[in-house]
Each structure stands twice: as C-alpha cells, then as structure tokens.
Ligand binder design. Structure first.
Ligand code: URA
Length: 258
C-alpha cells in the first residue's frame, strides 16, 4: 500500500502550496475520513481515505498530464548536460512528477505531452497504434506537388529506413509552408523526409496528437494541465476539418512571422 503525507497529498491534488496547506490544516479546515486533523504529516492512503478541504472532497489525481507548447531551445528529456529541458518550463512540484512522452527536436516548437502515465505514453508513441501527429513546417524551397505521392508511398530515408505512408500538403496561398501527418516518430523524421525529397525544413511546429490540438490561448512557452476528457482525445481519430480550421487560426496568431 502506498501511504503518503497528508500535506503532500493535498498540495499535489488541490493546487495549493505546501505552506497554504499547512495553514489550512492548522486552522482546522482539513478532515480525514470525517474527522478534523491538525497533523500535517499524517500518513494517508490516497486510494481509500477521504480527505476534505474546507468541506470539499479532494479527488486523487494519480496520473498527471501536462500539455506544453514547447519553445525552441529546450530539449525533450528529463536532464541534459548543456541545454535547458522541457521540465525547466514547469513549476518544481509538477516537474518532479512527469516525463516527456515523445520528443521534439531542440529547435522545434509545439505540442509536447508530459505525464507520469507510462502506459498512455507507450500507446501514443508506439507506431503499431498509428496515433497521428500533425506538424506545420516552413520549407527553405517552395513546396512541390510530387511530395504528396512521395510521402504517401512510404518513403525510404538515406540510411535505408522505410517510413510508414504519411500525408503532406501545402498551406493554402503559401509556397513555403506545409502540413504533415505522421503515424510514427523516427528520429528527425520530418526533416529527414523533406531532405530526401530535396528540400529543407527551416521551422517545425507540432500542432496536434490524435485529436488533441494546441488551444489557441496556449501561447508558445505556456503549459496547461489536461483533464480526463482531453487525455481521451489523444487516442481518438482526428477531426480533419476542425484540425485544419484551428491550424489556420493558430498559424495567423503565432506562426505567420516565423
Ligand atoms: N520531425 C522532426 O524532424 N523533428 C521534430 O522535432 C519532430 C518531427
């Protein structure tokens, strides 16, 4: 059985800081199984004990899911000898709990999921599950219509690796921007696919995983905690019309000057 301290349980599941929790306990606002407790280090069983704060039950959030809109310059790793990591963008009480589920390159931006749910991370990342990921890229040279078939036919990369069929199409009224949908995540895959096609990716932004998109209000560098219904969207089939519509909105708000 996993017992944890009462003050830690409340801080982790309420959004209050440890010192706010201590005050609440001292002031008699916390009940454990219906009885007021003033013992902050009381060991509780989060699966079965009922903890109330100011008359409201605290729900145990075993798994945490953070959606980060990653800025360039951060690596998707839990530690790095030279560069800041995506965990440095989270407050310490969250960054200690989660790891990045999947990678974006240091110079890439956009959606990164951070979680402590290893099973969900595996489901999103394993190519067998075919969870789609949508990227918007800026190319060095103008988009060529031949890319569509090249990507769709399962491209062979320069080292012999073969990609699953992927979708690519240009952004309306723009020669340099394109949208890519992949159902796997090889190292530098989008950049390598365009390199194989004779072009170069100058900028890459991940907009969507499954059917979960970056909300317009989430600016680059910001993060939000996902609730259950959002987490479910990660595994739902994409709503293409909605994704495209919002991608254009996001593009005109944040990406147009990249
Ligand atoms: N493909 C890339 O080349 N880079 C990324 O960051 C993500 C996908």
């Amino acid at each position: 059985m996993n017992y944890i301290r009462l003050d830690k349980f409340i801080a982790d599941n309420s959004g209050l800081s440890r010192s706010q929790v201590k005050d609440a306990v001292k002031n008699g606002l916390v009940k454990s199984n219906g009885i007021i407790t003033k013992q902050t280090d009381l060991k509780i069983n989060p699966d079965s004990d009922i903890i109330e704060l100011d008359g409201k039950n605290i729900t145990y959030r075993k798994n945490r899911y953070i959606l980060l809109n990653k800025p360039a310059g951060y690596v998707c790793s839990t530690s790095d000898p030279v560069s800041p990591t995506v965990l440095d963008l989270l407050p310490p009480e969250l960054s200690k709990k989660v790891f990045p589920a999947g990678r974006l390159d240091k110079d890439s931006e956009g959606m990164v999921l951070l979680t402590n749910d290893g099973e969900l991370a595996h489901r999103i990342l394993t190519p067998e599950k075919h969870v789609p990921k949508f990227y918007i890229v800026k190319l060095a040279e103008e988009f060529k219509i031949q890319y569509i078939d090249l990507f769709a036919n399962g491209m062979s990369l320069s080292n012999g690796e073969v990609c699953l069929p992927a979708r690519v199409f240009p952004l309306e009224n723009d020669d340099l921007w394109a949208i890519v949908e992949l159902r796997e995540g090889k190292f530098h895959q989008v950049k390598r696919m365009f390199a194989t096609a004779g072009n170069e990716v100058e900028y890459l932004f991940r907009f969507c995983i499954g059917n979960l998109q970056i909300p317009e209000k989430l600016a680059i560098g910001d993060f939000m905690e996902l609730m259950h219904k959002d987490v479910e969207r990660l595994l739902q089939p994409p709503d293409y019309d909605d994704i495209l519509r919002n991608l254009y909105v996001y593009f005109s708000s944040y990406l147009i000057n990249k």
